[in-house]
Write a protein that binds this ligand. Structure first.
Ligand SMILES: Nc1nc2c(c(=O)[nH]1)N[C@H]1C(S)=C(S)[C@@H](COP(=O)(O)O)O[C@H]1N2
Ligand SMILES: [Mo]
Length: 354
């Protein structure tokens, strides 16, 4: 069994190799409503599969009246929906945990907002007639590998009710172009509001099942677990979070910020997968003030916020935190779990004002 958690300082070489395969979005990318494709974060567990679009087919099987086999043209000729959606990896913030899970060593940059085009999953499921005993739908990607010595195809399931939400898409375009290979070409699932692991890329099979799915990525991975014996709770919707575009200029290696005194406009984004963001606060040395919430890009996309900080020379600690309409607010204490999931701890960093 591969070692799962480590207290060692500094990431290991295997974590670094994952970090260069699966890059994050530079936080200054939050200046764009829609993240340019190459800046959107990436998470690829195994290899990007090689898929020939002309021979590729999507199969819909299981507890349905009529099984289906669809080509990319079949899917593209169905009614289309285009929506901006913010995706976040459930492991975002993982490396801030102590001890940390040995996995993709995210700081805070596993985010991005793209405009996705696809056809509603619900329409396809209704068209093949889901049987009454169906409880979930299992989505299978074309990628395969080992995780903790368990060989499997990348697979995740979703309850039938979630599959019927009109914004849950089988997406074939990102920012107006065909999905690039790294984001799931030719077709991916897109589940707005849920952490990224749900949005299965390189989709090849959809199976309607009458028992809860127990595959590796459902019952072993993506659990809020205290320890190895704890079955844990499933990771699902994105927890509320605000992030700030680091102000001023950085130091190359340490990323430490230097800012000019005066009226400094602090800007960032905030989002939540359960309800709209209703407030963002900026903290200066632990004193909180309301930021201005500008606008939400779309229902399932981040909103922008800003705060004008009148400041003189000195050393300060800046932070920001968001609250959503359900009353969820970001924690000041790390919510530790063994897999390093859903860490929406308040972002805090030092700045030098001169
Ligand atoms: N088939 C497949 N789908 C996948 C993954 C994967 O490794 N294989 N990674 C998941 C995870 S953990 C995340 S966070 C998102 C990342 O989507 P992106 O790389 O398009 O940003 O894809 C999800 N879908
Ligand atoms: Mo992820």
């Amino acid at each position: 069994m591969t070692e799962l958690v480590s207290r060692a300082q500094g990431v290991r070489f295997d974590e670094l190799a994952l970090a260069t395969r699966n890059h994050g979005m530079q936080l200054e990318g939050m200046r764009y409503d829609i993240t340019p494709i190459g800046m959107h974060y990436l998470l690829i567990h195994f290899d990007i599969p090689e898929i020939d679009a002309s021979s590729w087919r999507l199969r819909v099987t299981g507890n349905v009246e009529r099984e289906l086999e669809l080509s990319l043209d079949d899917i593209r000729s169905r009614p289309a929906t285009t929506i901006p959606v913010t995706l976040e990896c459930a492991g975002n913030g993982r490396t801030g945990m102590d001890p940390r899970n040995i996995s993709q060593p995210w700081g805070l940059e596993a985010i991005g907002t793209a405009v996705w085009t696809g056809t509603a999953l619900g329409g396809i499921l209704d068209g093949c007639g889901i049987r009454d005993e169906a409880v979930e739908v299992v989505f299978t990607g074309a990628d395969r590998g080992f995780q903790y010595n368990v060989e499997h195809d990348y697979q995740r399931s979703l309850p039938i009710g979630e599959c019927r939400r009109p914004e849950v898409l089988l997406a074939y375009e990102m920012n107006g172009t065909p999905l690039p290979p790294q984001h799931g070409f030719p077709l991916r699932l897109l589940v707005p509001g849920w952490y990224g692991m749900t949005s299965v890329k390189w989709l090849r099979n959809i199976e309607v099942v009458d028992q809860p799915f127990t595959g590796f990525q459902q019952t072993a991975a993506y659990r809020y677990q205290r320890d190895a014996e704890d079955p844990g709770l499933p990771v699902s919707r994105i927890r509320v979070r605000a992030l700030m575009i680091p102000p001023g200029i950085p130091d190359f290696q340490s990323r430490r910020r230097t800012v000019e005194a005066g009226a400094v406009v602090l800007r960032g984004r905030a989002w939540s997968g359960t309800s709209p963001v209703v407030g963002v606060e900026v903290g200066v040395d632990g004193v909180w003030r309301d930021a201005q919430l500008d606008r939400s890009v779309a229902e399932f996309a981040w909103c922008s916020w800003s705060y004008t900080w009148d400041v003189g020379p000195g050393e300060y600690r800046l932070s920001c935190r968001a609250t959503d309409a359900d009353g969820n607010v970001q924690p000041a204490e790390q919510f530790w779990n063994r897999q390093g999931m859903g860490n929406n701890l308040i972002q805090e960093f030092p700045v030098t004002v001169r």
